[in-house]
Design a protein around this ligand. Structure first.
Ligand code: F6P
Length: 535
């Protein structure tokens, strides 16, 4: 780490020590323009981070940190196709998948855009053909990035869905494939096998089961299977003809792949035009990320607020709370995006990170979460920075009053987190209820809200394909900036390998064809339990 970078981390720690007990509300008193000053917007999307303890001094220090980490130069390298995924020796170019009309992007001296656009066209032609065919149901079989992106987006964009029904199978648990295929007609179902590597054991197991199901049900796997992968060889081995294979390159990470072939099920569902609008939204965020400077830059500021809360204030988790029912799968999608990208203990050069990695990301849609886990967010002992997402309007004009209630709830939560409720206020409420003395004190204590808890709100006009593209790209770039500042590689995922290796080795042990000897006592006992209790 450079001395300047180190100095900036130290400066931020000092600022935190000085200001950590300050009331956020007081920042609004001293700056009547705070809401405008501490927000940024791009294409009608607003990022409001005014309900945090960040003031202009802290913000300057955060921006200086980004500068010391060379975020701008690294951003340009990423967009230009440099090998920034150093541990895998790959470029990181998911942005090329939505680069619908930009300048050439070179990898090994070759412009990748013609191929990207040709594949997109081929996907569009295929999607059009499926949409007018007898296919009634599409089943996407994939896991991780080959599942979460399209599954999240299909749900998010259901008002735009006018194609065949789309289903998702991801878990190797037979319950998933079995429950999904039950009730579908094998003769009118298209199965899309989505796997970047085409080796993932869960996906290949489910794909083989689906093929057997199709044959049993009188369908034709030779005509009703398509593949999305980087491996032509493996898709051919599986028996999927090249005209139904949609390929992409290794410079697209799994969790960043919804923009290309992995988005085929979404494209079939919402149609080519709406899918392009989705790409346009992401492209608009890319252009903004590259052009907007300093405080104007949404992904940069979103990342810096994240760094402030996690690495400086020490809040180790972050709640994603969409007040948008159709974004129900967004927290899970962001979990992979953020935790697989920035959940690392070593810096790019292999040395220890020296500070915490990215946070635990979790959440669920409001208002449901309010009636479940918000209790802890408001009164638990840990501070959990919250990220609220809210649309100005919904898709149900007849139910506008529902939407207004939804908005009121969203805004009330961030207000409550910041404002809290003092002991005096709680006491006077208990007095109004007729309590007094020790019982009043006891009851009042339970009704105190510490307040001063930070949140960020992302507001947008309506959850349409363009906006969904913006939201995802905003978070992708936020992860990039945080990764650069932490000095780690956001684009590998070695942490998933050990479990995979051990599972492969344990399969014959569980089946009983290999001995459990040599395993630890707990694993031996668990294998024994399973073997004794299965019929
Ligand atoms: O094991 C993790 C992972 O590699 C993810 O990064 C990826 O999204 C997922 O598995 C699925 O991989 P594939 O698309 O190659 O089947």
């Amino acid at each position: 780490m450079t001395d300047t970078l180190n100095d900036q981390w130290q400066a931020l720690k000092t600022l935190h020590a000085t200001h950590k007990n300050r009331e956020m509300l007081s920042l609004f008193d001293s700056d009547t323009q705070r809401a405008a000053d501490f927000s940024a917007d791009s294409h009608d999307m607003l990022l409001d981070y005014s309900k945090t303890n960040i003031d202009s001094g802290i913000r300057d220090a955060l921006l200086a940190l980004a500068q010391a980490a060379d975020v701008t130069a690294k951003r340009d390298q990423m967009f230009a196709g440099a090998v920034i995924n150093e541990t895998e020796g790959r470029a990181v170019l998911h942005t090329a998948l939505r680069n619908l009309d930009g300048d050439p992007v070179l990898v090994d001296g070759m412009d990748v855009l013609p191929e990207v656009r040709a594949t997109l066209e081929r996907m569009g032609d295929y999607a059009d053909a499926v949409r007018v065919s007898d296919i009634t149901d599409v089943v996407n079989i994939g896991i991780g990035g080959s599942d979460l992106g399209p599954a999240m987006a299909v749900q998010a964009l259901s008002p735009y869905h006018d194609g065949p029904r789309v289903h998702f199978v991801s878990n190797v648990d037979g319950a998933d494939v079995s429950d999904t295929l039950r009730g579908l007609d094998a003769k009118t179902t298209l199965v899309i096998v989505a796997s970047k590597t085409f080796t993932t054991i869960e996906t290949m197991t489910n794909a083989r089961t689906a093929r057997a199901w199709m044959l049993d049900g009188g369908g034709d796997p030779n005509a009703q299977f398509a593949a999305l992968s980087t491996s032509d060889e493996k898709t051919a081995e599986f028996g999927i003809p090249p005209e139904r294979v949609f390929g992409f390159e290794d410079w697209v990470g799994g969790r960043y792949s919804v923009w290309g072939p992995i988005g085929l099920s979404l494209m079939i569902g919402i149609g080519r035009r709406a899918f392009y609008a989705f790409l346009r939204g992401a492209q608009a965020m890319d252009v903004h990320f590259c052009a907007a400077t300093g405080v104007e830059n949404l992904p940069l500021m979103h990342a810096l607020v994240g760094i402030w809360h996690n690495q400086i204030c020490g809040h180790g988790t972050r709640a994603v709370l969409p007040y948008d029912q159709r974004l129900g799968k967004l927290p899970a999608y962001f979990q992979q995006l953020e935790m697989e990208s920035n959940g690392k203990s070593v810096a790019m050069d292999g040395t220890a990170l020296g500070r915490h990695s990215g946070p635990v990301v979790w959440g669920a849609p409001g208002t449901n979460g309010q009636h479940a886990f918000y209790q802890l967010i408001h009164q638990g002992t840990r501070v959990i920075p919250c990220e609220f997402l809210i649309a100005a309007e919904g898709h149900e004009p007849d139910l506008a009053h529902h939407h207004q209630l939804l908005v009121a709830n969203c805004l009330a939560q961030s207000e409550a987190l910041m404002r809290g409720r003092s002991m005096d206020d709680a006491r006077s409420r208990m007095a109004d209820k007729g309590l007094s003395g020790a019982e009043l004190e006891r009851q009042a204590a339970h009704r105190v809200f510490a307040g001063n808890r930070p949140s960020v709100t992302i507001a947008y006009p309506k959850l349409d394909p363009f906006v969904l593209g913006q939201i995802i790209a905003l978070y992708e770039h936020r992860v990039f900036v945080e990764g650069v500042i932490l000095g780690l590689n956001s684009y590998d995922q070695w942490g998933v390998e050990l479990g995979k290796e051990l599972a492969t080795a344990l399969q014959p042990v569980v089946e009983g064809t290999e001995s459990v000897e040599g395993k630890d006592g707990s694993t031996q006992a668990l294998v024994g339990f399973v073997q004794r209790h299965r019929t």
